[in-house]
Design a protein around this ligand. Structure first.
Ligand code: SAM
Length: 271
């Protein structure tokens, strides 16, 4: 009997398996992830049609069931009950690592609270893929996920991040990219950014430059097609900020902050 056949015939240990899947290229999945998906009793996924493309490509016949933000509250008790009965269940999202700006946090947290085994089958994540090829500092970074869509809330969220050392990683949609870059250019003057687009796909591209220049470029060209991860490079070294940039940062912070808060934030952000 081949090693593969032996493994398949052995039951998977009970528990919840959080399995990373590709962010574009269907081959970016680990051998262990495929093995778990094949041997699990059930795969919980965001969208069964999207998951089926992956399972069909890799010869996985395990039943798929939807678990997403709209049915999570109803599904969680059922999933936990199945796990308690000894099922091996895999959790995947449409792309990348589940829970990272994707559903699953409550499920994992409740499974752990109930003392159920939770295991990872790690793999692709757009944030880490973007950071690893865009040339920004990698020793220290903050993952900030999706920003609020409206400008005032977005600027507030950005101001809260201004003092964070190292790189900042965001998920963003093409249509919102220019507005987000514009707000970032005000809150983080003097910082560079990289736009990592369509990673692992045919039109993969990384474009880097000062935030204001990137915003101007997308205004002229229109929104980029496909999926985008945005990395803001680390803050400039202490003492490197021009008086004009300081003024711009203070004015941006003063839009919704008291003078004292604005001054504190800008001092922290720009050293
Ligand atoms: N859980 C996923 C992960 O681990 O990367 C992220 C899910 S989040 C709902 C989807 C966002 O990830 C997209 O809007 C985009 O910002 C980013 N993303 C996903 N695939 C990407 C790709 N191939 N290239 C660039 N960014 C991508």
């Amino acid at each position: 009997m081949s090693a593969e056949a032996t493994e398949k015939s052995e039951p998977l240990a009970p528990g919840l398996y959080v399995v990373a899947t590709p962010i574009g290229n269907l081959q970016d999945i680990t051998l262990r992830a495929i093995d778990i998906l094949r041997r699990a009793d059930v795969i919980y996924c965001e969208d069964t049609r999207i998951a089926r493309r992956l399972t069909t490509a890799h010869g996985v016949a395990t039943p798929l069931e939807a678990y997403h933000e709209h049915n999570g509250a109803k599904m969680r008790p059922r999933i936990l009950a199945r796990l308690q009965e000894g099922a091996a269940a895999a959790l995947i999202s449409d792309a990348g690592t589940p829970l990272i700006s994707d559903p699953g946090y409550r499920l994992v947290s409740e499974a752990r609270e109930a003392g159920l085994p939770v295991t990872t089958a790690p793999g692709p994540c757009a944030a880490i893929a973007a950071l690893s090829i865009c040339g920004a500092e990698t020793d220290r970074f903050t993952f900030a996920g999706f920003l609020p869509p409206k400008t005032a809330a977005r600027r507030r969220a950005l101001s809260d991040l201004a003092g964070a050392p190292g790189s900042l990683i965001f998920y963003e949609s093409g249509p919102r990219l220019e507005g987000t870059l514009r707000d970032m250019a005000e809150v983080f003057p003097n910082r560079r950014a990289s736009i990592a687009r369509e990673l692992t796909k045919l039109h993969e591209e990384v474009r880097s430059g000062p935030l204001a220049e990137l915003a101007d470029a997308y205004r002229l060209e229109g929104p980029p097609k496909g999926e985008v991860t945005l990395v803001v490079h680390k803050p400039p070294e202490r003492g490197g900020t021009s008086p004009e940039a300081l003024d711009a940062a203070l004015l941006a912070a003063l839009a919704d902050r008291s003078l004292r808060d604005a001054a504190n934030e800008v001092a922290q952000a720009l050293g």
